[in-house]
Write a protein that binds this ligand. Structure first.
Ligand SMILES: *[C@@H]1O[C@H](CO)[C@@H](O)[C@H](O)[C@H]1NC(C)=O
Ligand SMILES: *[C@@H]1O[C@H](CO)[C@@H](O)[C@H](O)[C@H]1NC(C)=O
Length: 419
């Protein structure tokens, strides 16, 4: 090879290397996070189980930014159809108010819920204080454009009533708090999602999440039972429905899960004590919520035990587009025998059928078992459990936590299709 040509090749390669080096160091410079341990090693063995979960905070009537965020998280395509497969989407409330297009976001969530379920995925919807404000007739943050989109005040109230399309959807498919398992195994770790902050001394905290959600449902049912309170303004504020109970009033009070900001705002030492207490009481690994915006980034506190995901996504705020991503995997571990590494993962078909049956109704038999689900098959034995938590933004990702531990799953658990 002529030396000029060699020189050219060498300089091109050096240029490329230099470019990579510079672009890397500049991206870490603008992002002062420590070395991302999720890039540390690539597991040699395929996970037997993988679950991706995306959580999105307050959306406040901005359908465009809502769709952008879901596209950014690879949950929907350009036509806003679900492409998330078996992923889980959690939205932590405040879809309504401030922006004009709450209706479109509720419709989108309704559509995605059905599409996700068709693919083995799931959409989990949490109510915010603004949903309940609208339910009880506190329309202070409802814009005139929003009312127009619903077809006027009367039509809007009809939609919100318990037999209206939106009221019925709230009652059936939304809750005040959600405890979401990361795998279908009965001993799976869970994550807690609530719009505001759960207070350790909140009187109806336990049993979690039913005590809170039962109160939410009864309060909402009363509020959405026609005739609804006349909207304030212009009518005077009517407050909670006349027949509300003391517990329901506590649910909607300043110290309740819809309004309280303690976990977002109090000082770190106090919050971390609360976090430990809550995790223990609720049986969850992380507590995730919205309601208190940080317009620059998702906020992780107490080493990722508390994560606040409201970044003012709506253009009514002009914060940043963000989503929280959690990737949970179980990778089988086998004793290294004679330098032999890994047996292939046991297929569902080889799993003890009787033991499956003992799992009772948790075991889902599905006629149309697709290849991917059957490879994931039964979960039993020793696994490396790994949980990667990232914040996703338009142009960057930032790791929040990576946890790895060895777990032993005692009972065979056959997973086919999510309930
Ligand atoms: C709730 O969601 C399910 C899908 O999970 C859907 O079939 C149903 O229509 C929804 N309920 C209401 C009242 O909108
Ligand atoms: C914080 O979490 C990481 C895993 O994400 C763990 O390795 C570390 O020990 C934790 N630190 C404290 C102080 O708990």
């Amino acid at each position: 090879m002529p030396s000029r040509q060699k020189l050219l090749i060498i300089s091109v390669i050096s240029f490329i290397l230099l470019y990579i080096l510079i672009s890397r160091s500049s991206s870490t410079a603008s992002d002062p996070s420590p070395h991302d341990p999720s890039r540390r090693e690539t597991p040699k063995v395929q996970p037997a189980f993988k679950q991706r979960l995306i959580a999105v905070g307050d959306l406040h009537g901005d359908i465009n930014n809502a769709q952008k965020v879901l596209r950014m998280a690879h949950l929907i395509d350009d036509q806003a159809n679900w492409v998330g497969g078996e992923d889980i989407l959690v939205q932590t409330g405040d879809i309504v108010d401030r922006g004009a297009h709450a209706l479109d976001i509720y419709r989108l969530m309704q559509k995605l819920r059905g599409q996700a379920e068709g693919q083995g995925g799931r959409v989990v919807s949490v109510l915010g204080n603004h949903e309940v404000m609208n339910a009880i007739g506190d329309w202070r943050y409802v814009t005139q454009d929003d009312i127009k989109v619903f077809g006027g005040t009367k039509r809007r109230q009809e939609a919100l009533a318990k037999d209206g399309w939106l009221g019925a959807e709230w009652l059936a498919n939304y809750s005040i708090t959600a405890s979401v398992p990361l795998s279908p195994h009965p001993s799976s770790p869970r994550l807690s999602f609530t719009h505001g902050s759960l207070r350790p001394s909140f009187p109806s905290l336990l049993p979690y999440p039913d005590a809170i959600n039962d109160l939410g449902k009864s309060l909402l049912t009363k509020a959405l039972n026609p005739p609804l309170n006349p909207p304030y303004p212009p009518s005077p504020y009517s407050g909670l429905p006349k027949d509300h109970t003391r517990e329901e009033a506590e649910l909607y009070a300043e110290g309740g899960p819809l309004w309280w900001r303690g976990l977002a705002e109090r000082e770190e030492g106090q919050v971390c004590k609360w976090a430990e207490e809550l995790k223990e009481k609720l049986g969850v690994r992380r507590i995730i919520g919205g309601h208190t915006p940080n317009f620059e980034h998702i906020v992780s506190r107490c080493n990722g035990s508390i994560i606040i995901i409201d970044t003012g996504i709506s253009s009514a705020y002009g914060g940043v587009l963000s989503a929280l991503e959690i990737v949970y995997t179980l990778t089988p571990v086998k004793e290294a025998k004679e330098g032999h590494r890994q047996d292939p993962f046991i297929l569902a078909s080889t799993i003890d059928q009787d033991e499956d049956k003992r799992q009772g109704e948790r075991v889902i038999e599905d006629e149309q078992v697709d290849a991917k689900a059957s490879v994931r098959g039964g979960l039993k034995g020793r696994y490396i459990e790994r949980e990667e938590v990232h914040a996703i933004y338009e142009k960057r990702r930032k790791w929040i936590a990576v946890e790895e531990r060895e777990v032993v799953l005692l009972k065979s658990y056959r997973y086919m299709h999510r309930p």
